[in-house]
Design a protein around this ligand. Structure first.
Ligand code: ZN
Length: 416
């Protein structure tokens, strides 16, 4: 029989053992608790990272959806990294969506795409025109407003007109004349062109593409270098043209003659001093307002270029009846193939500053003449769109060489 002392010893030993076991368990539990909290922490971090990535993405997607984009287009927007700009500026149009989806977008013009529709797509010439407006001083907002509401032929006159602070007034005037205006007839209620104001010296008087109008002028001492007198077979007495224009004119008259079309140059090169006399005579007899309506001021007459002719039919009495002749019908439709354009066409008086002159033709070279006719623009507009030097070179539009549109692309040389 164990003694009491022995029992006590054994109990003590057992107790120690139990305590040891308990300690081990406690340590294990503690370790497990640590493991568990590390796991929870890890999951929390993953969830947070996912939230940081996906929540804004979902919000963005919803915003794009609200603007009108479908999920396929939203995917394309993300691929092209346009989401921020589109959301910040609230850009949407069916046309913009279509071009994003087709990956056919010039990204720097999202604002312009957003004001057009699938029915009014943008062409290369629109981007050029857009840049010309900016170069003239219009803000992007004004330009967008114009492109939103107007057609190409309604905007191009603005390149010739004075800068319009309130483009909305101009837009309204255009919309009011939608029924009667077209590419070949343009008339508005208000005047937007202050003639002989903000005048500019001709950019390059050696170029046969130079523009002379009621803004662009030649200096009083400008004389074309190679003036040549036309033979009386082709012209009235003492009529001269610059050599290049004279050669083109002779070819034109000869081609007409082969078809029984007989016309000649009633007038052509006019020196500054001659124009001055003419203009002063008009002022003396009818006052300045009337004189300005009938005659160019000296320096502002195209006749000083040596590149201009007034035609007359051999069978009619001078230039005034010219529009009623077969000669007019033929010259007005074929002039471009010989390098000439009808400079003051019917229905474009507000742009050219001149009434329709059936007899007045200008030499610009075959390449440009054909492009002008194809464009349906007056030469004033054509020059300001395609040929004019940029006021601010940083605003110049550089055409994309991948573009396939050639019909309205300007010739690469100015002195064809
Ligand atoms: Zn003339």
């Amino acid at each position: 029989m164990p003694t009491k002392k022995v029992i006590k010893k054994v109990n003590k030993k057992n107790k120690r053992h139990v305590q040891q076991v308990n300690n081990v368990h406690r340590r294990k539990r503690k370790r497990r608790r640590i493991k568990k909290s590390v796991l929870i922490g890890f999951i929390a971090i993953v969830v947070a990272i996912c939230a940081i990535i996906f929540v804004p993405r979902t919000i963005q997607n919803n915003k794009l959806k609200d603007l009108g984009y479908d999920s396929q287009t939203i995917k394309a927007i993300r691929e092209q990294k346009l989401q921020k700009e589109i959301i910040d500026n609230q850009y949407y149009s069916d046309y913009l969506a279509q071009e994003i989806l087709n990956d056919n977008l010039k990204e720097e013009y999202l604002d312009l795409y957003s004001v057009r529709t699938i029915e009014t797509p943008l062409e290369e010439k629109d981007f050029l025109l857009y840049h010309r407006l900016l170069d003239k001083g219009y803000s992007r907002q004004q330009a967008n407003n114009l492109f939103k509401q107007l057609k190409f032929y309604e905007i191009t006159p603005l390149l010739v007109f004075d800068y319009q602070v309130l483009e909305s007034t101009y837009i309204k005037d255009c919309l009011d004349h939608r029924d009667t205006n077209s590419e070949t007839h343009f008339e508005l209620t208000n005047d937007y062109y202050t003639e002989y104001e903000n005048t500019i010296a001709v950019d390059d008087p050696t170029s046969s593409a130079m523009l002379v109008n009621k803004t662009y002028y030649l200096s009083s001492d400008y004389v074309p270098t190679n003036i040549t007198e036309l033979s009386v077979v082709y012209a009235a007495a003492n009529v001269s043209l610059a050599q290049e224009a004279a050669d083109a004119f002779i070819a034109w008259v000869d081609a007409g003659m082969d078809l029984g079309i007989r016309f000649y140059a009633a007038s052509a090169y006019r020196p500054y001093s001659h124009q001055e006399e003419l203009y002063n005579d008009y002022i003396a007899s009818m006052g300045q307002e009337q004189a300005d309506a009938l005659s160019a001021r000296p320096g502002f007459s195209e006749h000083q270029t040596g590149l201009t002719v007034d035609l007359a039919s051999v069978n009619s009495n001078g230039i005034s009846e010219y529009k009623d002749t077969n000669e007019y019908t033929w010259t007005s439709t074929n002039c471009q193939d010989y390098g000439w354009i009808l400079r003051y066409p019917e229905g474009k008086t507000q742009i050219t500053g001149y009434d329709f002159e059936s007899w007045h033709y200008r030499y610009v070279g075959v390449e440009i003449a054909q492009a002008v006719v194809a464009s349906n623009l007056t030469y004033d507009e054509y020059y300001c769109l395609y040929l004019k030097p940029w006021n601010d070179q940083s605003l110049a539009y550089s055409t994309n060489t991948n573009q396939t549109t050639t019909e309205t692309t300007a010739p690469t040389t100015q002195d064809a």
